[in-house]
Design a protein around this ligand. Structure first.
Ligand code: SF4
Length: 519
């Protein structure tokens, strides 16, 4: 086919005298695709750039709120541990306001490791804003977290004061709840006395054989670290022996023989968890103001039972904030003793009624036949005695007052029972038959009656929404599924940091953020 461009140029040049040069032939065939150009990546260079620290985080970023509230509370109690002072030599320390803010921010992000927090300071905008792009040593963070329990207590209470002033703490209803938090110790670290003694002897031998670190071939630093680790191990084993004595208190001889303590965290105790299993744990008691789900008290205890924790928790709340109007508890707390103790205060208790007394339900253990249980005995109220199935009388022997209950004890004459044909079914293990009658006190009866009302039942139904919400939040969002620290004092400090973080999160949500919504 004739090329159209070539024909046109030939005609044009034919009309002139100019020599005709044939134009280069243009073909319409497809050109090869050009290679794309990419920006080079050069990592062999140093870059300096300007950072506007103030603009690292948005105006409503939580670190600004944390920094603000830490500026409102008095942190001077933390200053007691600072040796660097004005006018004297020594490196300046990081302020307690900064270190406290960093920890609260870390816990709010589910971080409880000092090393991880130190790393965050290098890349996380929130931490960079707090430190103004500075670095923080993980030892400094680690020491600050546990160095002053009383100072931390004061900060917790002061934050509650700020929240109370803004109407976020009312103390009309306080929910008490306990949750087991796994200790930083494995089940396989628990040992009986014999094994503890063996480990202790080995640890002592190890320390004795270490010799002088200055004369060792290894570096002094390594030798000192090894010596320190061996001494700490010995201390933990000695503490485990001491804790074993506490664990054995109130136990039978057989139970005492089987008692064990952990060589990793001697103060941890084996407790039943919510899924029915047993693991080393601490019992974390949380008191929550129901109005805005604010934690008003927290404590970690070694006792797995909740009932003994109610009155100490009430006393702590009274000492720091005031007397709550109502205390709402679950079945773990509604013992008769607690009902009586709360009744002595201007506090109303709401909770499930206690289980019936178990004294009369141990017939099998005492070898008593089904036909000779208490129902087979007739109670004569006027004479205040029982009459047995063969017509013999069981006289009143003692009357005992327990908290929330009165007990009357009755006994048949031994001469009657020794000759009785039914003795093997009625009192095979005692000289004569005994019976106990118990009755709830007027206070406990009144509590029973109150808990039958619809109003009380409705109040109790609110409990899971508040108490269990807080438990779930601190475990799922703030990471308190397992303690990172060991020992009761440090574990309590960890509980306080987590609760403080939770409360500040509530303050941010309920108060601080409203400023931006209004703007
Ligand atoms: S053993 Fe004693 S109390 Fe029991 S039926 Fe006989 S006489 Fe009565």
């Amino acid at each position: 086919m004739e090329n159209m461009h070539t024909c046109t140029s030939e005609r044009l040049f034919a009309e002139t005298d100019l020599p005709v040069r044939s134009a280069p032939a243009i073909t319409l065939t497809e050109q090869p695709k050009a290679k794309p150009r990419f920006k080079p990546i050069n990592r062999d260079q140093l870059i300096m750039r300007t950072v506007d620290v103030e603009r690292l985080v948005a105006a409503d970023h939580p670190v600004r709120a944390i920094w603000e509230i830490m500026g409102q509370v008095d942190l001077s109690e933390f200053d007691d541990n600072i040796r660097a002072v004005e006018g004297r030599a020594g490196q300046a320390r990081l302020s307690p306001r900064l270190l406290a803010s960093l920890w609260i921010y870390a816990y709010s992000e589910g971080i409880s490791s000092a090393r991880e927090l130190a790393r965050m300071c290098e890349y996380d905008p929130g931490c960079q804003w707090l430190t103004a792009m500075g670095t923080v040593n993980h030892h400094t963070l680690s020491d600050f977290r546990v160095e002053s329990r009383t100072a931390l207590d004061r900060v917790f209470i002061q934050v509650l004061g700020v929240m109370s002033a803004e109407g976020l703490v009312e103390l009309k209803q306080v929910m008490q709840d306990g949750t087991k938090v796994k200790a930083n110790a494995g089940k396989d670290t628990f040992r009986r006395e014999e094994r503890l003694r063996q480990h202790l002897q080995l640890a002592e031998k190890q320390i004795q054989s270490m010799g002088d670190p200055r004369s060792d071939a290894i570096s002094q630093r390594v030798a000192k670290a090894q010596e320190r680790a061996a001494k700490e191990k010995k201390q933990r084993l000695e503490q485990a022996m001491d804790e074993l004595k506490k664990v054995r208190q109130g136990k039978t001889a057989e139970q005492a023989r089987e008692a064990r303590t952990s060589t990793t965290d001697p103060e941890a105790r084996v407790m039943k968890n919510s899924s029915g299993g047993y693991e080393p744990a601490y019992n974390v008691q949380i008191s929550t103001d129901a109005a805005h789900r604010v934690i008003v008290d927290v404590a970690a205890v070694q006792d797995g039972n909740d009932w003994d924790q109610l009155m100490p928790a009430v006393e702590r709340v009274e000492a720091t904030l005031g007397t709550p109007r109502q205390i709402i508890v679950d079945a773990g707390y509604t013992r008769r003793e607690n009902i009586e103790a709360i009744a002595d205060r201007p506090i109303e208790m709401i909770g499930p009624v206690p289980a019936p007394a178990a004294d009369q339900h141990q017939y099998a253990k005492r070898g008593i036949g089904a036909d000779f249980e208490v129902e087979a005995f007739k109670f004569d109220e006027a004479a205040n005695h029982y009459v047995c199935p063969t017509g013999k009388i069981l006289k009143l022997t003692t009357k005992q007052r327990h908290a929330g209950r009165v007990k009357w004890k009755y006994q048949a004459r031994p001469s009657d029972c020794q000759t009785c044909p039914f003795r093997d079914q009625c009192c095979p293990k005692t000289r004569s038959r005994r019976l106990t009658r118990s009755e709830d006190s007027a206070t406990v009866k009144a509590f029973h009656a109150k808990m039958q009302t619809e109003e009380a039942k409705q109040i109790y139904r609110r409990r899971p929404q508040v108490a269990e919400f807080v438990n779930a939040w601190i475990k799922d969002k703030l990471g308190l599924r397992q303690f990172r620290l060991r020992g009761l004092v440090k574990v309590q400090a960890e509980c306080l940091w987590v609760s403080l973080t939770y409360n500040i999160q509530q303050w941010i949500r309920l108060s601080w953020r409203k400023r931006f919504a209004a703007a």
